[in-house]
Design a binder for this molecule. Structure first.
Ligand SMILES: [Zn+2]
Length: 438
């Protein structure tokens, strides 16, 4: 682990600030102090000693990235890595997931740890020695580290089985990148895989920039946005461009909608619970003197609270239909829900902060002051059970967190070192929560 070189105001704070305030659950109280420091110290040492194994698995996964819900090579590597840990392993039907249940020596509640497994349609340009062998596919979001980190956590927990009262559900999930894999695994029963509903859930995401390697960051309440898509078709009536009064021109109506959407955002929603609407696609017509029958708009909608996420589709439909009606036209609106808002439980974030700081010192934790406007399907898990999602810095040594290529870039590189805190913090969270009891 790189030791952060800052004191009171780390330089990455400025990188993080400047976004939306978002939904906040208020001041955090850590309700428990259940796991002693000695147990966490041994986790830290064992996780560090296991780095050669977790890094080797990460490199193997990185060479064979797969996209979507069917990841047969990735699934096989996970099953091999778990084979000698004495877990109850099952695989998914609708997707190539792996669910593994680790039973402690004594009965108790169950907790869930999650690692997503899929890659992106990106052609790798990192020059890493373990670079992707699959043309046009790359682990550009670091999910290879999530899989290897979760396997590392499983090994740490398996070695401590005698101290565990309860069970740990290990959720190896395909299809995070837009395929709703977490929702499918919930439908196939992952939250009840141990025989009772898990009482808490934890997940981590590595970042190739912004955070120094090994720094863990999160916040209570909203951590990430909801991301939806809307398609609007303005239905008019085509005609000759010289005689628009004989036609019903959809183009100025669509243009009015683009601007009205921005007025809606600022006039109808709280500035501290913002909505971001970007009309990324506008399409109509064929030639300067022909009025088309229809015009099309496509927009992405980002929201930061469940309440706003719930009302925004109706507001957009109302606006589009009524702007069209004002001009004697009609509009059809197709609203597609993406991932919900990722909302952390305040007490579980406080637990994550304490576990991280006990493991790696005060400076290893960063209280993120604003959410991240990306979206994440671990949000589905957090709709059902309290938990915490955290970011783990993985900026490679020698690169500046301020300008290192960001996740999803073909040049995004992730430090193997980040596997150590990923595994130790996840295992620490599971042990700490189970030590609290039901
Ligand atoms: Zn990701």
């Amino acid at each position: 682990m790189a030791s952060p070189g800052w004191r009171t105001r780390p330089p990455f704070v400025a990188l993080w600030q400047g976004g939306a305030m978002g939904h906040h659950e208020g001041t955090t109280q850590d309700p428990t102090r259940t796991l002693d420091a000695a147990a966490l110290t041994s986790l830290r040492e064992d996780a560090a000693a296991d780095l050669p194994q977790t890094a080797a698995l990460r490199h193997a996964l990185h060479r064979v990235p797969e996209r979507g819900l069917e990841l047969p090579l990735t699934q096989r590597l996970v099953l091999e890595a778990l084979a000698d840990l004495d877990l109850e392993v099952s695989t998914g039907s609708a997707l190539s997931s792996v669910t593994a249940v680790l039973r402690g020596a004594r009965p108790g509640p169950a907790v869930l740890l999650r690692g997503d497994m899929d890659a992106l349609p990106v052609t790798e340009q990192t020059g890493e020695p373990f670079t992707s062998q699959h043309e046009g596919v790359m682990h550009a979001c670091g999910h290879d580290l999530h899989v290897a980190g979760l396997v590392g956590a499983a090994r740490l927990l398996a070695a401590r089985r005698e101290e565990i009262a309860g069970s740990v559900v290990l959720m190896f999930q395909p299809g995070e990148e837009g395929y709703h894999g977490a929702r499918l695994m919930i439908e196939e029963g992952v939250l009840d895989a141990a025989g009772s509903r898990v009482v808490a859930a934890y997940g981590a995401h590595v970042m190739s920039s912004t955070l120094p390697s090994g720094v863990v960051a999160s916040r209570p309440g909203t951590l990430m946005a909801a991301s939806d898509t809307v398609r609007v078709t303005v239905e008019g009536r085509g005609g000759h461009g010289s005689k628009p009064y004989l036609a019903a021109d959809p183009v100025p109506v669509a243009a009015e909608m683009v601007l009205a959407l921005q007025a809606m955002v600022t006039r109808q929603f709280d500035v501290f619970d913002p909505v971001v609407v970007t009309v990324g696609r506008v399409e109509a017509g064929t030639k300067d003197n022909i009025i088309p029958d229809t015009a099309h708009l496509e927009a992405t909608i980002r929201t930061f609270s469940p309440a706003t996420h719930a009302v925004v589709p109706e507001r957009i439909a109302r606006l589009a239909e009524h702007v069209a009606a004002a001009h004697g036209l009609t509009a059809s609106v197709e609203y597609t829900r993406g991932y919900p808002v990722t909302v952390n439980d305040a007490a579980e974030v406080a637990r994550a902060r304490r576990v991280t700081q006990t493991l790696y010192g005060e400076a290893a934790w960063f209280d993120a002051d604003v959410p991240v406007p990306g979206a994440e399907d671990f949000s589905y898990v957090l709709q059902h059970v309290p938990g915490a999602f955290v970011f783990v810095g993985a900026t490679p040594a020698g690169q500046n967190p301020a300008d290192a290529p960001y996740n999803h870039s073909p040049r995004a590189r992730f430090a193997d070192d980040a596997l150590v805190p990923s595994a130790a913090v996840l295992a620490g969270l599971a042990l700490d929560r189970l030590a609290q009891g039901a």
